[in-house]
Design a protein around this ligand. Structure first.
Ligand code: PLP
Length: 441
């Protein structure tokens, strides 16, 4: 085993989405974090090019957030939100709703993006049922979509490795739109590609096939992150919105990655000027300090479910930790930081520099595409013959060894730094990747 500076026993923890065998041979352990940097167990500074896992948007260990959690844990570590409540959960919902678009002002709390997705799907079904269209049970997802790992999420999701072992048990009534990425037509696009809006018209085909009266909702990531940074073509989301409206189908945006300033606006919905009916969030909702996810629902959807229910509980759904006091306290403090520091505006201002820096790698070895929007970017590498993913993984490991954290999906490198990143750090991030690419076979 490589020297890690740590004597931790690695055997018991079955790590998620990890090559466990490789990791345990050559571990990469992080032991502390501040601002733009992690510190590794072998005492090296690691520039965080991925905001943890697309989630620490305000930078690490922000004092205001840490203190809010400390204060809350001393005062009350837990309180139920089933038939009871505590002020921080209400405050967190109000503060979140100040940033959500349009009339999406009702906030249902979960503990992760996966739970938020399953919650959104259930709200969609409950809504149609409450208004007398209970036959609308079908969901439309999209190829290469990632909506977490619950059975609902993998069913509407479109990543084969996440689905194949469970294929006999996925939700029965789901269809998928085609994915929107096309290397030939879109390679090296800066921002939204001009080609591809017509792919939204596939929704009309699915409506014709299944009939609108059977379809509850369409769910998409406005910008697909986990599949490798797939930026929506110009006009595509607008077209989806129009088709959904025409047929009474709900539009769900999964904003688990795009939420909280990633594109330079609170949510992708505001960035693109397209308002969904339901929206999921998680990750940066409280700067990833304590697990938290949420669904923002249109007030009319909430009212339809709540006002049409018989007396008693209106929506039979929720989690022990929905609106957990520590998560809620962290969310309130995170909103303070976002607002006080103007971090979404900062991200918008930094985006052009980030775009220039990432596109400077277009002629680096192995690069077949560079794409970006806001403070998110992807570099796609040519796979090694017969070994898809091997080159990408090598680059990820070498970057880590040189003190830079990037994310890799197959042969696609993804970048989503904290919104506090400065120009020197952007140069360091992409400069390191450029050096590593030169040395990579
Ligand atoms: N939805 C999207 C768009 C995501 O990117 C993710 C995670 O990356 C999820 C859902 C799942 O979130 P979690 O890992 O918190 O369950």
């Amino acid at each position: 085993m490589r020297e890690t500076g740590s004597t931790v026993d690695l055997s018991a923890f079955w790590m998620p989405f990890t090559n466990n065998r490789q990791f345990k041979e050559a571990p990469r352990l992080l032991v502390s974090a501040k601002g733009m940097y992690y510190r590794s167990a072998d005492d090296r500074e690691i520039l965080d090019g991925t905001a943890g896992l697309w989630c620490v948007n305000a930078g690490h260990c922000r004092e205001e957030i840490v203190n809010a959690v400390k204060t809350q844990v001393e005062q009350m570590e837990f309180a139920p939100t089933f038939q009871m409540g505590h002020p921080k959960a209400f405050e967190a919902a109000t503060r979140i709703a100040a940033h959500t678009p349009g009339d999406l002002k009702k906030i249902f709390f979960a503990n992760s993006g996966s739970e938020a997705v399953d919650t959104a799907l259930k709200i969609a079904l409950a809504y149609h049922r409450a208004r007398g269209e209970g036959q609308r049970t079908r969901f439309i997802g999209r190829e290469r979509g990632y909506h977490g790992v619950g059975f609902g999420g993998i069913s509407v999701g479109g990543l084969a490795p996440n689905r194949k072992a469970y294929s006999g048990q996925l939700l029965p009534s789901v269809d998928h739109l085609p994915q929107t990425f096309n290397l030939k037509e879109q390679a090296f696009s800066k921002g939204q590609p001009a080609w591809g809006a017509h792919l939204a018209d596939e929704l009309e085909r699915l409506v014709t096939l299944h009939d609108a009266s059977t379809i509850a909702a369409v769910i998409v990531e406005p910008l697909a992150g986990s599949a490798g940074v797939l930026v929506p073509p110009q006009g595509y989301l607008q077209r989806l919105r129009e088709i959904c409206d025409k047929h009474g189908i709900l539009l769900i945006f999964d904003e688990v990655i795009t939420g909280w300033g990633r594109l330079g606006a609170p949510f992708a919905a505001q960035y693109f000027g397209v308002t969904p009916d339901l929206m999921t969030m998680a990750k940066a909702t409280n700067n990833a300090t304590v697990p938290m996810g949420a669904v923002a629902a249109k007030t009319a959807i909430h009212d339809t479910i709540v006002n049409n229910a018989p007396a008693g509980i209106e929506f039979f759904h929720g989690y022990t930790y929905s609106g957990h006091p520590l998560a809620a306290a962290a969310a309130v403090a995170t909103m303070d930081v976002y607002e006080k520091d103007g971090l979404f505006e900062r991200a918008a201002k930094t985006a052009p520099y980030f775009e220039k820096a990432i596109h400077a790698l277009r002629d680096a070895p192995h690069v077949i595409d560079v794409r970006n929007l806001g403070l998110v970017g992807g570099i796609e590498l040519k796979p090694r013959d017969g070994k898809p993913g091997a080159r990408g993984f090598d680059v990820f490991v070498k970057c880590f060894e040189r003190g830079v954290l990037v994310r890799v999906t197959g042969d696609i490198l993804a970048f989503s730094p904290p919104l506090i990143i400065n120009e020197q750090q952007i140069d360091h991030l992409f400069g390191t990747v450029a050096e590593v690419l030169k040395e990579t076979a």
